[in-house]
Write a protein that binds this ligand. Structure first.
Ligand SMILES: C[S@@+](CC[C@H](N)C(=O)[O-])C[C@H]1O[C@@H](n2cnc3c(N)ncnc32)[C@H](O)[C@@H]1O
Length: 452
């Protein structure tokens, strides 16, 4: 944005004629008005439109579509009736092949900004065979509508807590949708006194056997509510739980989940290993893509039977147990206690001896482990969106493993962390984008770094 006109005469409320030239990383069309960059949601590259400025910052503005005058050839009808209102999807209006090209382009841009030759380093993006109905979990806000006398469900609008009512999200399976509809009808029958206590219904589904786990998130820890929720039944549901999160508008999950009925977990088979997944444990949202991601990580790690490998941010140990199969020793590190418990059970159930799991934060454990004189041959990182903590990055640079494999779901923090690692003795050998989250602006990427 070097040529941006910060003093451009563009003000909130004005209408302008624009042509979008590209999509930004959030999926918004990017146009220029009087030299100022303007972001317009739901406008595709090449499309002309009249827009209204709704926000003016020093270096850019945001605008809303008033009228679109032309249609890009890769525009498609969004199947979801609330697309554009609901904050869940950003690019349902873009043909899937173009979604993939755009996401591959974001990763190529990261490579270029790091001074790399994107054409040699970035591999062709791995797309999804099911760009709709791919999610294996959903967290649906629910609310009691006093006027209608029933519980309604929907998603929050983009950057708001206004519920956009829908019972047909196109990212989740039909079976999960049926369960959500049944849960709302069940809550309605309980009556307003109990139904108003519940703010979310969470459903997770096993790709292996279709079993579902349902957790009701409540503002209150009510014995009466628990007694009622135990009775919730739907075709594929094998577990019903309750989590208490009293903060209005706060996080969905409380600190714990009380299992009211059933086994308290799902089973999933990934890469030939059987996993137990409890309600709070992380699992990649699209199981077939997760398999492809793990295969990439395994190839990039290129372990030998003498190697010690660290799997930082390991969740339920999916990658740790896979990596243990070709290493001498694999260590998984994870801060969510329930996920570590799952990981240890998964290790025992699969009879894998040469893995261990550490419960704690990577940024606390890794520097201490290194200070104690331990070393790893290969390190795998799969952090949340905020990326790797600086203390953990400094520690891994000190360990200097032969290879580092970085699985990221946020190109911005990936770029920041790769820059650090490149300045500390590593070369980026390959970047593999994967479309874990079709119809949204998110993209996953696995990166192989080799010690120079
Ligand atoms: C993107 S998930 C990856 C999980 C796992 N690799 C997988 O593929 O299923 C990130 C994981 O890191 C955990 N986590 C987040 N911050 C952490 C931290 N500071 N230290 C350790 N684990 C953390 C989360 O609980 C989550 O399980």
């Amino acid at each position: 944005m070097t040529n941006v006109k910060t003093n451009a005469p563009v003000a909130v409320g004005e209408h302008h004629e624009v042509t979008a030239v590209r999509l930004n990383d959030d999926g918004d069309g990017v146009a220029t008005v009087e030299g100022l960059t303007v972001f317009i949601p739901y406008l595709l590259p090449g499309e002309k439109a009249t827009v209204r400025v709704i926000e003016r910052q020093r270096r850019f503005a945001r605008a809303a579509l008033v009228e679109r005058h032309t249609s890009a050839t890769d525009r498609q009808d969004a199947p979801c009736p609330v697309f554009g209102e609901c904050g869940g999807c950003q690019v349902q209006h873009l043909a899937y092949a173009s979604q993939l090209a755009w996401k591959a382009g974001s990763i190529a841009r990261v490579a270029k900004q790091l001074g790399l030759d994107a054409d040699t380093v970035v591999r062709p993006i791995i797309g999804s065979e099911s760009p709709f109905r791919y999610r294996n979990q959903v967290q649906m806000p629910v609310a009691f509508d006093a006027e209608a006398g029933k519980v309604k469900m929907g998603f929050f609008g983009a950057q708001s807590h206004r519920m956009i009512e829908t019972d047909s999200c196109h990212l989740q399976s039909q079976a999960m949708q049926k369960t959500l509809v049944a849960a709302c009808a069940f809550l309605t029958k309980l009556g307003s006194a109990l139904a108003t206590k519940v703010h979310h219904v969470i459903v997770r589904e096993s790709a292996m056997n279709g079993e579902q786990l349902v957790v009701f998130a409540s503002h209150a820890n009510s014995a009466e509510l628990k007694r009622a929720l135990i009775r919730f039944k739907a075709a594929d549901v094998t577990t019903v739980g309750l989590t208490v999160q009293p903060k209005i508008g706060g996080p969905v999950w409380g600190r714990t989940v009380e299992i009211l009925r059933g086994t308290g977990m799902l089973q999933e088979r990934i890469g030939g290993i059987l996993f137990r997944v409890s309600p709070r444990s992380f699992l990649q949202v699209q199981t077939p893509l997760a398999e492809q991601m793990y295969a990439t990580v395994r190839d990039y790690a290129a372990l030998t039977p003498e190697d010690t490998v660290i799997d930082a941010y390991c969740g339920i140990g999916t990658m740790t147990l896979m990596l243990a199969q070709t290493a001498r020793h694999a260590i998984g590190v994870e801060e969510v206690a329930a996920a570590v418990a799952d990981a240890r059970t998964n290790q025992a159930d699969n009879g894998i001896q040469n893995a261990e799991f550490v419960a704690g934060s990577v940024e606390t454990w890794l520097p201490k482990w290194v200070a104690d004189g331990n070393r790893a041959d290969v390190a795998v990182f799969d952090p949340p969106r905020k990326g790797i903590d600086p203390a953990a990055l400094a520690a891994v640079a000190e360990v200097a493993p032969r290879r580092i494999v970085y699985a990221s779901c946020n190109p911005a923090t990936l770029q920041r962390d790769l820059k650090y690692l490149m300045e500390h003795g590593y070369a980026v050998e390959a970047m593999q984008p994967l479309d874990m989250f079709p119809q949204t602006s998110h993209v996953e990427c696995c990166v192989l770094l080799i010690r120079k």
